[in-house]
Design a protein around this ligand. Structure first.
Ligand code: ADP
Ligand code: MG
Length: 287
């Protein structure tokens, strides 16, 4: 491919709302044969809202306040939903565990929020009432997180976001290009399946930790696949860098953009299919 023709492709990319790291990226784009899609913020809006709070052994206000305080220092979409509009206490000793949750001290009292296994791994017990709230939320495709202190969980906060209007069409376009989409998420299996079926994806990998997202991409590559990964979060950065073609949502984090070859400015997943079509066409003209 000649540099001039590739630059033409880059310019056309800008018109489509795609920022391309360098002209050579088009070569990788052309060869892609599988597309791995992050769920939250990529297939869904990532605009999570707090839908429900269930308290057990503490007041609902305390559950909200401790949860919001812990999440006030996190950038995760779940954190923003929980922290929004709720008054917070004093947070010290904050630590973020990507793909799991957050720990810290709220007004000097140690507390934990995150997926249920994150709390049980720290020796906090989860009552039947709270476990039932977790199951019920998952069954309807929402994301439950558990908050606890003093050796036990005290509340479940259910957050939910919506599938982007453009996602189902994007999946159809990717398929039309011969690309098989896989949904990859740290979220629970049932929530992930609900989203996948809404947009027409059959292949789902759920409950995947950030490090295992990279391993999944590498595993595909070892089997000879040329992998595009689309993501937006801090937790996607390593997988975006590992992929043959990393595509960041412009609506996502700086870290994801910096790790990627392409950025879709609008966050519209249909543009990922446009990018593949553009690169195939550009290189077909050149050759
Ligand atoms: P995704 O792949 O959908 O972006 P993540 O890997 O970021 O998901 O998170 C996976 C799971 O870890 C979440 O569904 C949640 O249960 C838990 N989790 C991650 N970050 C937080 C947080 N800041 N607060 C509470 N729970 C969290
Ligand atoms: Mg995401």
């Amino acid at each position: 491919a000649t540099p001039t023709a590739l630059m033409v492709g880059t310019g056309r990319g800008a018109q489509l709302g795609i920022l391309i790291r360098g002209p050579e990226v088009l070569e990788a784009t052309r060869a892609v044969d599988i597309v791995v899609l992050d769920k939250t913020g990529t297939v869904t809006t990532g605009d999570m809202r707090l839908a429900e709070v269930v308290a057990d052994g503490a007041s609902e206000d305390d559950v909200r306040r401790v949860a919001a305080t812990l999440e006030s220092a996190s950038e995760h979409p779940i954190a923003r939903a929980i922290a929004a509009g709720t008054p917070t206490g004093t947070l010290t000793e904050f630590a973020n565990e990507p793909g799991l949750g957050v720990t810290g001290a709220v007004d000097g009292q140690g507390a934990v929020i995150g997926r249920p296994a994150f709390l049980t791994a720290r020796g906090l017990t989860i009552s039947d009432t709270l476990a039932d709230a977790v199951s019920a939320a998952e069954a309807r495709g929402a994301t439950p997180v558990v908050v606890g202190w003093s050796g036990r969980a005290h509340g479940v906060l259910v957050v939910a976001d919506t599938v982007k209007e453009s996602s189902a069409e994007a999946v159809r376009r990717l398929r039309a290009l011969g690309l098989s989409p896989v949904l990859l998420t740290g979220d629970n299996e049932r929530t992930a399946r609900a989203v996948a079926s809404e947009v027409g994806i059959a292949d789902v990998r759920a409950g995947v930790l950030p490090a295992d997202k990279v391993a999944f991409v590498r595993g595909l590559q070892e089997r000879g696949r040329v992998v595009a990964m689309v993501g937006d979060g801090v937790n996607d950065a390593a997988a975006l860098a590992q992929a043959d073609l990393g595509i960041a949502m412009g609506t996502g984090t700086d870290v994801a953009r910096e790790a990627s070859d392409l950025t879709i400015v609008s966050g519209d997943l249909r543009v990922a299919a446009d990018a593949v079509r553009l690169s195939r066409r550009t290189l077909a003209i050149i050759r």
